[in-house]
Design a protein around this ligand. Structure first.
Ligand SMILES: *Cc1c(COP(=O)(O)O)cnc(C)c1O
Length: 358
């Protein structure tokens, strides 16, 4: 949460203007600040949430048919294309990066494939060069679910500079948030133009329409929250970095547990999650029980893998790597309220009790 006074000050402006939503000045300001903070020159459009950001992107790019996508992500990565009438086809992940495996992507392409939708899971950049080459070779659109990746830089550029479009979530659980919110960046000016009007019911003035739209607007109250949090973004990133350094120092002491993925080379990470990979699911469940008893909430991001969710409309697939790792990964607590000694207590709880070895 930002300092309450900061938020109240912005609310006072909203009360004076009585402009609550429909592209208000705070939303416009927030878009400018997000663009500056992300370091990408691409057009950027705020919307009501990350899920709608993805749906609008699919719609604005005119995609249909099959989309090759990752089985290791939040359910939205599969459900949004399904909601838009596409058929998700799962391509398994790389066991070390946890991101979609470009070789599996290539093998999953059919004459019906129109796009690849890849998640930079936990903010770890995908193999962007390989995916770009595959999409170019096969004439496919390349969309990144960058829901976790705000603030990440890769090979000297913003992570949002890769692919045809990226969506970012600003949900309350994400590293920078606006309670609910999200945005799209795209390199295609025509798609960007459509997203701009599609997000507000297609209006072209009060009585004419560019086309069919939906309500995906970000309100002034949400934008105000986002602006407050963006002001303290550097402090948020620094505190997470320190917490993760502490986690990484203590983790090697624990048998059967390690940090879950190998970060892509030449990457400035945003320290958004601390996923731990256990050797077995039993170890994970036991650690989860001990953490719960010690009062620390954890999440099984992302379990089960999306190829196991049985969502109607996705192509039959079995992704053994994703299934295996999804069962063994647990995200440990990470927030600006957490202190370094909490990390030690959390790791103590992850640790099997000494008596178990006696
Ligand atoms: C959070 C998340 C989304 C959805 O974003 P919302 O803002 O909650 O709609 C999509 N994809 C991934 C990978 C996410 O983690």
């Amino acid at each position: 949460m930002p300092p309450l006074d900061d938020y109240v000050r912005l609310l006072e402006g909203i009360w004076e203007r009585r402009h609550l939503t429909n592209g208000g000045p705070l939303m416009v300001e927030f878009e400018g600040l997000l663009k500056k903070a992300s370091g990408s020159d691409r057009p950027l459009h705020c919307v009501a949430n990350g899920g709608l950001a993805l749906q609008l992107t699919i719609k604005a790019m005119g995609l249909g048919g099959e989309v090759v996508t990752t089985p290791y992500s939040y359910v939205a990565t599969t459900s949004c294309p399904l909601w838009e009438g596409l058929t998700p086809v799962f391509a398994d992940i790389d066991a070390s990066t946890l991101n979609i495996d470009p070789a599996a992507v290539e093998a999953a392409i059919t004459p019906q494939t129109e796009a690849v939708l890849a998640t930079h899971v936990f903010g770890n950049p995908c193999d962007v060069a390989a995916l770009e080459a595959i999409c170019e070779r096969h004439g496919l659109a390349l969309i990144y679910d960058a829901a976790h990746a705000f603030g990440v830089r890769h090979a000297g550029r913003s992570i949002l500079d890769y692919g045809d479009a990226s969506i970012v979530s600003l949900h309350a659980t994400k590293v920078i948030h606006s309670v609910e919110g999200g945005f799209v960046t795209t390199r295609d000016p025509a798609a960007a133009g459509r997203i701009e009007w599609m997000r507000r019911f297609g209006h072209n003035g009060q009585e004419a329409y560019h086309g069919v739209g939906i309500n995906a607007k970000m309100s002034e109250l949400h934008a105000a929250m986002g602006i407050c949090l963006l002001r303290q973004a550097d402090a948020v990133f620094e505190s997470r970095k320190a917490l993760i350094a502490r986690y990484l120092k203590g983790l090697p002491e624990i048998d059967g547990a390690r940090f879950a993925f190998d970060l892509a080379a030449d990457t400035e990470w945003n320290h958004c999650y601390f996923p731990v990979r256990f050797e077995t699911e039993e170890q994970l469940l036991a650690a989860m029980t001990r953490l719960d008893a010690a009062g620390f909430g954890t999440r099984r991001y992302f379990h089960p893998s999306l190829d196991q969710c049985g969502l109607e409309g996705s192509a039959e697939a079995s992704c053994p790597v994703a299934r295996d790792v999804a069962a063994r990964i647990l995200c440990l607590p990470l927030s600006t309220r957490l202190e370094l000694e909490h990390v030690d207590r959390i790791l103590d709880a992850v640790h099997p009790p000494r008596s178990a070895h006696a």
